[in-house]
Ligand binder design. Structure first.
Ligand code: HEM
Length: 481
């Protein structure tokens, strides 16, 4: 009897064990099947380490990233594909859904990721390197200097800067380089109107040298782009540290020029006095803002004029809109924010120009967890590249995408389709200022000057941002009023 009981117990244990093992094996099988199903996106990782970097740079330099890099791979692999760029395994994503997913999940699934050279030159304390709460805190300070009330008060200052600029660089000239002189203007507007700092003659040159090294290999050997850029960054730092300390002294001494003046520099220094941000953070963010603001806006202005030259009918409509606004002004009266709100067609033209020629082609993020997306897995640590072209040039979003048609912006555009200013928590903080800059500049030029492009199809190159290769020479003559 006892023997029978033992045998029964043993049989039960064995069956239990068998059942448990079967369940474990089944679970393992399911897990590995799931893993296989959630595979990496298709694509070619290219050569070891270097990957497809050369192809990427080659296409970027000619401003043909979409046609020669993104589109060819998209046609072969689909909307999401893998590659290797600058040593990092990278997933390139395209389309509104992917833009929404990756851009709105900043800090949760991805964080922005810049090359080491950019971080060293912009500074490790700039907003682009801040994550989570630190980012929100800094963004609040920057946003408070770009609020509607501050921008409204800034309009006459921008008008003044534009008028002085025209007097200095356009007056008595019959030819100018539109892109080059606009850069001086946008640089001056950021410094004088936004930051409240007077521009010294040699500053633009220093910033240009830094920009040249932002995407260069981070090797500081004598004569390299990067070492030149680092030296220029040090010179800028020296100038800015003096300005910041002077501002701090003024504000602590209760002298004129306190936080109430609303300039971004005053807001940042106020944060420094309250102990919320450090001197390095103030300097790094001033540097970043100058970069974020001036090349991008000048390129947008240049491309707006290029498109107007190609499309005389659009130019007539735009001119009529601006002449109507001018006709309601007294002699010498400056524009107001209300006037800029009436420039609806002008803004459609500028947006359509930025759709075709986005000043920023996209940017990199880094996965901070394994991400599952559309049946694929993006491993933690991999980069994600979203691009403006990935939606701007796609028929599903913009019918006849290569045609210039400003009226497509008469209707609201669905979210995450039109992205010259990015999206999600890192959407451009200076969007409204850029809009004002562009509208006010276009208004003054078209109402005061007759102009024509010297080269209708001047090649656009990128180094590292896009620009017209000849600086966009135009012939000008003042209008007979
Ligand atoms: C036409 C002009 C401009 C374009 C096309 C543009 C484009 C962009 C884009 C695409 C981003 C997002 C980058 C990313 O997601 O990684 C961005 C961010 C940013 N932009 Fe602009 N920008 C322009 C003008 C300006 C101006 C005038 C300012 C400053 C006053 C500015 C300040 C910033 C800042 C501070 C950020 C970083 C935001 C953050 O990380 O939270 N931008 N811009």
């Amino acid at each position: 009897m006892a023997l029978e009981m033992n045998f029964l117990a043993l049989t039960c244990v064995c069956s239990l064990l068998t059942a448990m093992i079967s369940v474990i094996v089944l679970m393992q099988k399911k897990k590995s099947e799931k893993k296989i199903r959630k595979k990496l996106p298709p694509g070619d990782m290219g050569l070891p380490w270097i990957g497809e970097t050369m192809e990427f740079y080659k296409a970027q330099r000619k401003n043909r990233l979409f046609e020669e890099f993104v589109q060819t791979r998209r046609a072969k692999y689909g909307k999401i594909f893998k590659t290797r760029l600058m040593g990092s395994p990278t997933i390139v994503v395209n389309g509104a859904d992917a833009n929404r997913f990756f851009l709105s999940n900043e800090f949760k699934l991805v964080i922005s990721s810049w090359p080491s050279s950019s971080v060293q030159l912009m500074g490790k304390d700039s907003i682009m390197e801040k994550q989570g709460e630190a980012h929100r805190c800094l963004r609040r300070v920057i946003a408070s200097s770009l609020s509607c009330a501050v921008l409204e008060a800034m309009v006459p200052k921008i008008c003044h800067s534009v008028e002085s600029h025209l007097n200095k660089y356009w007056h008595n000239k019959d030819q100018i380089s539109l892109y080059r002189v606009t850069k001086i203007l946008t640089f001056t507007i950021v410094f004088e109107c936004l930051l409240g700092i007077n521009v010294e003659q040699e500053m633009l040159g220093m910033f240009e040298r830094v920009l040249e090294g932002v995407f260069a290999a981070p090797f500081a050997f004598p004569g390299s782009k990067f070492s030149r850029a680092k030296r220029a960054r040090k010179e800028i730092e020296k100038v800015l540290v003096d300005i910041v300390r002077e501002k701090k002294n003024e504000m602590e001494g209760g002298l004129e020029g306190g936080e109430r003046e609303g300039t971004l520099l005053a807001q940042l220094v106020a944060g420094m006095i309250r102990g919320e941000i450090s001197e390095e953070e103030v300097v790094d963010n001033v540097v970043l803002l100058v970069f974020a603001a001036h090349d991008t806006t000048s390129f947008a202005v240049a491309m707006t004029f290029r498109m107007l030259a190609h499309h005389p009918n659009c130019f007539s409509l735009l001119l009529r809109e601006n002449n109507d606004i001018l006709s309601k002004k007294r002699d010498g009266e400056k524009l107001t924010v209300e006037d800029t709100k009436k420039m609806k067609y002008t803004w459609q033209v500028a947006r359509e120009s930025m759709r075709l020629f986005p000043p920023i082609f996209g940017s990199f993020r880094k996965a901070i967890a394994d991400i599952e997306y559309e049946g694929f897995v993006i491993p933690k640590g991999w980069k994600v590249l979203w691009t403006t072209y990935g939606t701007h040039y796609i028929e599903d979003y913009f019918p006849d995408p290569l045609a210039f048609n400003p009226s497509r912006f008469e209707e609201p555009i669905q979210p995450y389709v039109f992205l010259p200013f990015g999206g999600g928590p890192r959407v451009c903080a200076g969007y409204q200022l850029a809009k004002l800059n562009i509208l006010i500049f276009v208004h003054y030029v078209v109402t005061r000057y007759d102009w024509s492009l010297q080269y209708l199809d001047e090649p656009i190159i990128m180094d590292p941002l896009p620009f017209p290769s000849q600086g966009m020479p135009i012939s000008i003559s003042p209008k007979l009023l």
